[in-house]
Every structure is written in structure tokens, then in C-alpha cells.
Ligand binder design. Sequence first.
Ligand code: NAG
Ligand code: NAG
Ligand code: NAG
Ligand code: NAG
Ligand code: NAG
Length: 490
Amino acid sequence: MAGSVSFFFFLSLLFISSIHVESNGEGYISLDISNKGLDFMKEFLVEMAETSLVPLDLPKIEKSKHIPIIGTVHMVLSNISIDNIHVISSTVKAGDTGIVISVSGAYANMTMNWEYSYSNWLFPIPITDNGKASIQVEGMDVGISFNLTNVQGSLMLSPLDCGCSVKDIFIKLDGGASWLYQGLIDAFEGRLSSAVENAVSKKLREGIVKLDSLLQSLPKEIPIRNIAALNVTFVGDPQFRDSSLVLSINGLICAKEAYTAPPYHHLFASLEHLLASIPLKDPASMVTISLNEKVLASASSVYYDANKMHWIVDKVPEQSLLNTAGWRFIVPQLYRRYPNADMNLNVSIYSPPHLIIREHQIDLTVHADVVINVLNSGEVTPVACFSTAVSGSASPWISNNNLGGSIGLDELSLSLKWSKIGNLHVSLVRALISTALRTVILPYINIKLSRGYLLPTFHGYMLQNANILCSDSWIKISSDVASVNQLFIS
Ligand SMILES: *[C@@H]1O[C@H](CO)[C@@H](O)[C@H](O)[C@H]1NC(C)=O
Ligand SMILES: *[C@@H]1O[C@H](CO)[C@@H](O)[C@H](O)[C@H]1NC(C)=O
Ligand SMILES: *[C@@H]1O[C@H](CO)[C@@H](O)[C@H](O)[C@H]1NC(C)=O
Ligand SMILES: *[C@@H]1O[C@H](CO)[C@@H](O)[C@H](O)[C@H]1NC(C)=O
Ligand SMILES: *[C@@H]1O[C@H](CO)[C@@H](O)[C@H](O)[C@H]1NC(C)=O
């Protein structure tokens, strides 16, 4: 039964691919990222920012200040560096003004070197000193907003606004004279705060630009098993609806050979561990992936072309039907020509399965030719051919990362294409073919489908708590995304 893998296989191909993508308009796959999904992405971005922003070096600051008793002191802060940043709470909002991520009450730890010099009438030779200091920055609020648009099929991220404000700065000196602390605070507190604010805003803006170039560099096609490619070209602008984000991609599958690994692989790999730590709390699903039946049709045709389907059926429960003796009284001419010869059925599907998605099920129609072969002293002689249309319905399910389903048979229509043994009773042949379908072919497919197909993980991520729902022309899968590691721990 080579090539007997059912159309569910097509579905699994699709889901694999659609996980990486998002979309509207004439897009056949759309991804509706809920608030929870946006939150997940935000956590990801915030963690990425925490690690990639630091160490952040700030420019040197100098100032001369009059200090009572001592005189005018020239002070320099150098090697100012933000070593770590901790975000305590953050929010994300998607709306007409773009996507806004706000962070409140973050803190940062900094280090710097200080030095001063002064001379006065008492000490004509300049007095200098230097040392280190650590700084705690508290109550840091950061807001960043960016627009997400479609430029020639890729997503473009453009920073709209980016701001940072610092509430408190605490300096702890390592050494120095007693007057120095107050002197530094008076001279530099405001300037340090604004240096931090400027540096963080600038670095975040650069971060958005980098993320944008990553998005632009994503391929527009994703290979599927070396036989096909999913067109992941974005269609239409991203839509913001009820603070969820809807993205559409073309989503059709076409035949393609031999691919090399996509170049962005290592990038995702290095970020995997970040996601592993993000807890899932909210019962709502993060994303809803909608697939149009045209996607199934494109997959069905590519998969069909790559893997023409035939079966040779040589065993049925009523084995006498597969011997000319069983047909002796009904098709006497067959028995006369080939007495007591075994027969088999050669079933070939000659066009891609046709799929229509309806409420709660997928209707499928398969057109096949069934050739009746007689096996006569080692020779295979085709004696008649029927053209058949088999319609059935499939109910897919998804459980953990496993996609499966079952197929039921609805209708079988049959017509004689040619015959070397005269006219045949179509109704009798129908009984034979229908028996073969119900007792051999369908159970075989259904056993495979009931085990399900494990959906591959995408860079360490997989679907969790997924639900599948069929409705007019669309399949919708609502799901969380979780890291594989996280699932194994919990
Ligand atoms: C500047 O600070 C870094 C660590 O923050 C340190 O490794 C480096 O030695 C410092 N440079 C100077 C000149 O103090
Ligand atoms: C975002 O980009 C779209 C398309 O270019 C534009 O129509 C919209 O006004 C932009 N939004 C903002 C807030 O700039
Ligand atoms: C960093 O700052 C926080 C609060 O501002 C403080 O609790 C923590 O001890 C600091 N860490 C280091 C390494 O200085
Ligand atoms: C992929 O989809 C885009 C947008 O619908 C379309 O313009 C493009 O021609 C498609 N590419 C292929 C290879 O079909
Ligand atoms: C079955 O039918 C197909 C096409 O009709 C043909 O190519 C193939 O050789 C046949 N196989 C057998 C074993 O009869």
C-alpha cells in the first residue's frame, strides 16, 4: 500500500509550516495573535532587551563646580557603564497607533570611574584623586512604540517613539573625600539620569532597527520535506483588532526541490532558552491559525504530484470475491476464459483529492481508476477498468503536538471505463470495491490517522493546548506556543 498516506498528511505538512508564520486580504493563512500571544512576544522582547542592552557604555561627563571651602573643582565621570537592567513589570498594547510596549519600575546597576582636580591659593599644585563608584538606577520607565507594516511582502518594523525616564539615582563611592559625594550628586545627578535615558532610548531604537532587518531577511518561502515550499509572503498590512494582531500570508504550497537550511536558524537557536522560562498562566489561546481550503488544495496537488497514489488490493474478507470462481454465475465469460484464477484490484488515484471544509468536518472526494486484474499462471491481465468517485468526510483532531483524525466513507459512484470481458454488472463490482474500501483501505488509513502525526517543533517550540475547528472553508487552530523544555518540566 505504498503512497497510501491520507490527506491528513497534507494537513500535518501545513501545520508544521504555519506555526512559523502569521497574516489577511487574499492571504490563505492568517494568524490571529491574541493579547496573551502578544504578551508572550513582549516577554520575549523584554528578556532579549535585558540581555542585549547591556553592557551599555555612556559617554564621559565633565563639569567644574564650586565647592565651599575647597574652591572650583573639575570633575570627570568616565567609563560609565550600565551592567544590568531588570524589568519588573511590562505591558503591551496593539492599536491604531502601532504596538506599544511599556516597562515600569525597572532598575539598573551601573559602574563608573570618577576623578577630580583642583587647585586653590593654599595648594598651587593641582590636587587630584580618582576611584570607582557603583550606581543604582531605580524607577526607570521605558515606553517604546513601533508600527508594523507590509513592505513588498515582508513585515517592516518602524520605531515611532521611544522614551525612557529615570526617577532615582543612588551613587555609592569607593574612596574619595568627604565633600565629594554631595559634590557629585549636585553636579551630576541630573546629567547622569539624562545620559541613562538617552542611551537606553537610543539603544532600544537601534534594537528595533535590528529586529526589523531580521524580519526583512526572513525567507518568503519555507521548505516542506524537500518536495514543496510554503509561500510565506505577507499579504496586506497587519490588522489590529480588539488589541489582537492579525497577520496574513499567501499560504499556498507549490512544488520545489532541494533546499538548504534557512540562514536565520542560528539566531532563533540562540534565543530559545529565553522563552523556556516564560510561564503560561492565562487559559486563553495565544494564537489562532486559520487555514483556507485553498491551502489544502495546493498541498493536495503538490503532494499528489510528488507521490502518485496506488494500491494493489489482493485480500478482502470475502476472499472468494477475488477469484474468478466467485464470479462464475455473474460473469460467466470471465470464468470461462480464466477458470479459478485469482484476481486483484489496482486502485490508482488519478487526480489530487478534492477537499472542502465544512462545519465540523472536511469533505473529500477522490477520483480513482480501479483496474480488475486476473492473475493467470504468473501473468497479470487487466480485464476491466472502472472509474470511481469516492466521497467521504474527515474529522481532524489535535492533541498535544499530535495531529490525527478519522475518515468515513459517504458515497461511491462507479462507471465502467472499458472491459475485455463484455458487459459487467456494475452493482456487483460496486459491492467488491466498496468492500475493499471499507475493509481494507479505510481501516488501514484510519489506523495510521488514529496514531496521529507528531507535529515537528519549530526551533524548540511547539503547540500546546491546541484545538482544531472546521467551519465554512476554513480550519482554525487555536493554540498556545510553548517551549519543548518547558513542557517536559511541567
Ligand atoms: C571600565 O569598566 C570596565 C568594567 O565595567 C573595566 O573592565 C575596565 O577596566 C574599566 N576601564 C577603566 C579604564 O577603568
Ligand atoms: C503605520 O503604517 C501605516 C502604513 O504605512 C500607516 O497607514 C499608519 O498611519 C502608520 N501608523 C502610525 C501610527 O504611524
Ligand atoms: C542592583 O540594584 C538593585 C536595586 O537597585 C540592588 O538591589 C542590587 O543589589 C544591585 N546589584 C548589584 C550587583 O549591585
Ligand atoms: C507568493 O505570494 C505572493 C503574495 O500573494 C505572490 O505575489 C507571489 O507570486 C507568490 N509566489 C509564488 C512563487 O507563487
Ligand atoms: C496499476 O495501474 C497503474 C496505472 O493504471 C499502472 O501504471 C501500474 O503498472 C498498475 N500496476 C499493476 C501491478 O497492475
